[in-house]
Ligand binder design. Structure first.
Ligand SMILES: [Zn+2]
Length: 376
């Protein structure tokens, strides 16, 4: 399956690393290309705060800003409504038509509305624009979930109108970018099957280019809520991209892909790399040995995590993963990586980041049914 964007066709399923502030920490665009990353997710909320989406537009858009020529998805800022305001009510307030954020350091207030979110994503020049949603936790009450669904649908309708208005204004204008961005909507509803169904149906009636599973995707024990993910996948219109926002751990990506999700994004692999945690395929489970329609059956272990600082690595001159072709595994030993981490050389974080991203690229290529892929 492919998704055609203004910046090329994506092979699905695809994993998008989080370039939250228009950068994947420690790795630049050339690094990302070298390990075969197809696209990145940037965050509208953070880029509005710094350096400002207007400034990025002035510099030619986010692709030029970060020298990234592939597809860019922009997160609407909806997740920050949850992670900042719902979890710390002092940091802002959710109103019927906008969200007011209060900066902790300066006390300054600023607002994000459905229209403002879409406008900012147009300023970035992103390929996939996300509707602003009101994200909840599965533990929130049914009444809270119902309110969040009502807002999410109302905001999605306004995002659709703003998106169509901006496209109409832009068409025919000299110097307008070729092609059109896509607009995705996010399904909320917490743990309520009824609300999830209602939300998916209401969004489908408005009509979008793709749909996402919103809300916190893990239960109290950190396990993927597969029954809810399955329900949203079944409720969304068939044949369109399905984005599992914030998913996730390699085994969770495999489980969600089996349910029909085709786009994933998560800060986990790059954050883990900086925490010296490196993913590697178990012997006999690397993508080169896994072909066929279901190379990684959900629930079957296929990888583990190597902690770079372990004493065992001190005099191990072999690679992190002998089946991996990333810059770290192709050129350096475990002993060298451990040494670089111990002396706090930033190169260690970069190499570990590239390795973990390459792990995801190889895993997703196997899920695409292509077997192992060469680095770019
Ligand atoms: Zn590697």
């Amino acid at each position: 399956m492919e998704l055609v964007t203004r910046h090329g066709a994506l092979r699905l399923p695809a994993f998008f690393p989080d370039a939250t502030r228009a950068g994947v920490r420690t790795a630049d665009a050339a690094d990302l290309r070298a390990v075969g990353v197809q696209g990145v997710v940037v965050n509208t909320f953070h880029l509005l705060r710094a350096p400002g989406t207007g400034l990025i537009k002035q510099g030619g858009g986010v692709h030029r800003f970060m020298d990234w020529s592939g597809p860019v998805i922009s997160d609407s800022g909806g997740f920050q409504v949850y992670s900042l305001i719902r979890q710390n009510p002092g940091s802002g307030v959710i109103r019927p038509n906008e969200v007011i954020f209060r900066e902790k350091s300066t006390g300054e207030r600023w607002s994000l509305s459905p229209e403002r979110s879409v406008q900012a994503q147009f300023q970035l020049g992103s390929d996939v624009v996300m509707c602003l949603d009101d994200c909840t936790s599965v533990e929130d009450s049914e009444a809270e979930q119902a309110l969040s669904v009502e807002r999410t649908v109302r905001w999605a309708r306004r995002c659709r109108q703003e998106f169509d208005k901006l496209l109409a204004e832009r068409s025919g204008r000299r110097g307008a970018p070729a092609g059109q961005p896509l607009l995705f909507a996010v399904v909320q509803g917490g743990a309520s099957e009824r609300l999830r169904r209602e939300c998916a149906a209401a969004l489908a009636a408005i009509g979008f280019d793709g749909y996402g599973f919103g809300g916190w995707p893990l239960d109290g024990e950190g396990n993927l809520i597969t029954d809810l993910l399955a329900l949203v996948a079944e409720s969304a219109p068939a044949g369109l991209p399905l984005h599992a926002l914030g998913i996730g751990r390699p085994d969770n990506v495999v489980s969600a892909a089996a349910l029909g999700y085709t786009i994933f994004d998560c800060s986990l692999p790059t954050r883990d790399a900086r925490r010296r945690r490196l993913y590697r395929f178990l012997p006999g489970r690397d993508p080169a040995t896994r072909r066929g329609p279901r190379p990684y059956p959900p629930g079957e272990p296929f990888y583990d995590v190597l902690y770079a600082l372990d004493q065992d690595n001190a005099n191990d001159f072999g690679p992190i993963d002998p089946t991996c072709d990333c810059p770290l595994c192709a050129r350096y030993s475990r002993a060298y990586l451990r040494h670089l981490f111990r002396v706090e050389d930033g190169t260690a974080e970069r190499l570990a980041t590239l390795h973990n991203l390459r792990f995801y690229v190889r895993l997703l290529a196997a899920l695409q049914g292509d077997g192992d892929v060469d680095a770019g």
